[in-house]
Design a protein around this ligand. Structure first.
Ligand code: WQD
Length: 343
């Protein structure tokens, strides 16, 4: 397969990386998965292979290790596009261990960009986050909504990473980049062969919900019901992980086909709908026909009250729109949890 149709996916053994790999292959791209498994498991690659019915090229490599990346990846394979997922992503952990986050998340990006420059790899799609917006003054958040200084080192690494990439596209004419700002990725592949595998106690809502339903966690704590929202609980834009994966395919295609209008472009990836924590719990209970054990507790420090995306730009420029219903997404999350727990 030609260099143009081959894509390296760093962090490709992870939650979004595995789902994106499946959709890239389904769209006719050849994918190389690069991951050091520091925050994921080889079972993710195995799940992708089961879904696709074929072996995948998997390189166990740390994106911060420039010599290894040169030896194992850039010297060995011809490719012209790369999706950079590899990063740590736990907000709370980043507050406790900021240096680990700055070193890994920024170091890996700089190393990848240096090697792309050395080997003339022209296209990068970057895994960014709606966390760069903080609490917007106006909603929905558009790509022009001013970023607010993130209140966690994790979120700050996403902001700085966006700026690093923008600076590189200004300095180097070879480079084309798209940053995708994810809202809240949730759910799992319909096959239940890949999904979210948080290590330890989940930080995010939906894995905590599914683990509570599975009896792995005793009780879900809802962080606050005294927000200025219809039911008092916080609002988020929950985007299905398969829809999110397809946004990456659209972004890669835009760059490969040289349809991008600027060297650096940013797109929100969400549904455009704000859903509350309590609404999500009710939907989860309804679609999966179960009762969830939860209690209301105090707000979590650092949480924003409400945020959801304007997705007009992705709709018109990427030709991408979220398609899966929240109920289907929550059913897929529960099917995945049951598969993982052998229920
Ligand atoms: C969602 C809502 C919580 C857990 C962060 C990052 C973002 C992305 C996703 C990495 C909030 C509430 C949660 C719980 C709860 N990054 N909640 N009980 O904080 O919106 O976004 O994670 O994956 O970049 O910023 O996601 O899932 O942690 O929380 O009530 O046990 O659920 O208060 O309102 P968040 P989240």
């Amino acid at each position: 397969m030609s260099r143009e149709k081959r894509v390296v996916v760093t962090g490709g053994a992870g939650f979004i990386g595995t789902h994106t790999t499946v959709e890239l292959v389904n769209a006719g791209y050849d994918v190389i998965i690069a991951d050091n498994l520091s925050n994921s498991d080889i079972s993710g690659v195995e799940g992708v292979e089961k879904i696709l019915g074929r072996k995948m090229t998997f390189i166990n490599v740390d994106c911060c290790d420039k010599d290894a990346m040169r030896r194992e990846l850039f010297d060995k394979y011809e490719f012209n596009s790369l999706i950079h997922f590899a990063a740590f992503k736990a907000v709370g952990e980043s507050v406790v261990e900021p240096l680990m986050y700055y070193q890994n998340n920024l170091g890996s990006l700089v190393t990848v960009l240096e090697l792309m420059k050395e080997y003339n790899v022209e296209n990068i799609v970057f895994s960014s986050s709606a966390t760069v917006y903080g609490q917007p003054d106006e909603l929905p958040a558009t790509e022009a909504t001013p970023r607010q200084r993130a209140n966690s080192p994790y979120g700050y690494t996403k902001q700085v990473s966006e700026d690093i990439i923008e600076d590189c596209t200004k300095a180097y004419s070879f480079l084309n980049a798209i940053a995708l700002r994810y809202f809240n990725p949730i759910g799992a592949h319909p096959s239940a062969l890949i999904g979210e595998l948080p290590k330890g106690v989940p930080n995010n809502l939906v894995p905590f919900v599914t683990q509570t339903a599975a009896g792995v966690r005793e009780c879900l704590s809802v962080f606050g019901d005294d927000y200025d929202t219809p039911d008092g609980s916080a609002l988020r834009d929950y985007i299905d992980v398969v829809d999110l994966a397809r946004a990456h395919v659209a972004a890669v295609r835009r760059l490969v086909e040289k349809k991008n209008k600027e060297q650096y472009e940013i797109f929100n990836v969400g549904t455009g709908n704000g859903v509350s924590v309590l609404e999500l719990i009710r939907e989860f209970e309804k679609v999966n026909n179960l009762k969830l054990n939860y209690k209301i507790v105090a707000r979590r420090a650092g949480d924003v009250e409400k945020i959801w995306a304007s997705t007009d730009l992705a709709n018109t420029e990427l030709g991408w729109k979220a398609e899966r219903e929240l109920s289907d997404t929550l059913a897929s999350a529960w099917a995945w949890e049951k598969q993982v727990r052998g229920l």
